[in-house]
Design a protein around this ligand. Sequence first.
Ligand code: PRP
Ligand code: ZN
Length: 300
Amino acid sequence: MTQSPARIKIAIQKSGRLTELCLELLQQCGLKYSRGRDQLIGFGENMPVDFLLVRDDDIPGLVKDDVCDLGICGMNVLEEKRLEYAAAGDDAPFKMLQPLDFGHCRLAFAYPEDGDLQAITDIDGQTIATSYPLIVEDYLKRNQLNGQVIEFSGAVEIAPNLGRAELICDLVSTGGTLAANRLVEGETILESRACLVQTPIDIPAEKTEWVNRLVERIAGVQQVRGSKYIMMHAPRSALAAIHELLPGAESPTVLPLDEVNDKVAVHVVCRENVFWETLEDLKRKGASSILVLPIEKMLA
Ligand code: PRP
Ligand code: ZN
């Protein structure tokens, strides 16, 4: 396949929590790709879109330097790099486009289970191990706390056991890693999830159409994931009450029912998940034949 410069490159994490979810998202955007075993580039077959599989810490730099037009990585990584670039005088290294609905985690302090230290306000002079030194230093400064930060590029959770630090600040998702290392979670300093970013450099005209299409499709996929299409029969008099019960619903379509005068068919898109409790409440308001359907695609 020939590679024209008009192909769009998107950077995603090579191997980690976000990898499969990013590939799934691109597939849901309609991308069909080929990728050789162990290859770090996936070539789009039906769109001029290729992806690069790289270390998550490298994604912000690749997007900043316009090696990739788009990137997906955790806000934790973006924030650490943002502080690094800001210190070097670059205040807009990438355009934040959209937070995504996966990769949720938090950057939090954690203390040894059997130690004396239990709150960040008591850290005076203690040492904190982290892979996010700039975020942690920024937090300490803003809260006028006096601690020493040492950078660990991985396995932060073993630092207290090695005698290298009194506490750590690391990503927590399920909490399993902390528990396994007999650490207790403390204050959260950053809530994170995956985020779509774009290069700050103007996209050349021959690429804009596909960049915009991809960004729009990603937004569409995100919207659909939490949305449901609901159909039901309901008394006309209950329409207002029903509308109130449905989370994030836009104006419903109301259709007459053949030979039934007091009841109508109501169709509505709900932008949030619909729980059993809501269906039971709808029934109590007089709704019947309630169907909740998944939505496959949506274009705003
Ligand atoms: C994070 C963090 C912990 C683990 C926590 O690493 O460094 O090791 O996840 O998850 P848990 O609370 O579910 O146990 P991650 O997989 O993000 O890798 P990275 O920091 O090396 O990119
Ligand atoms: Zn990483």
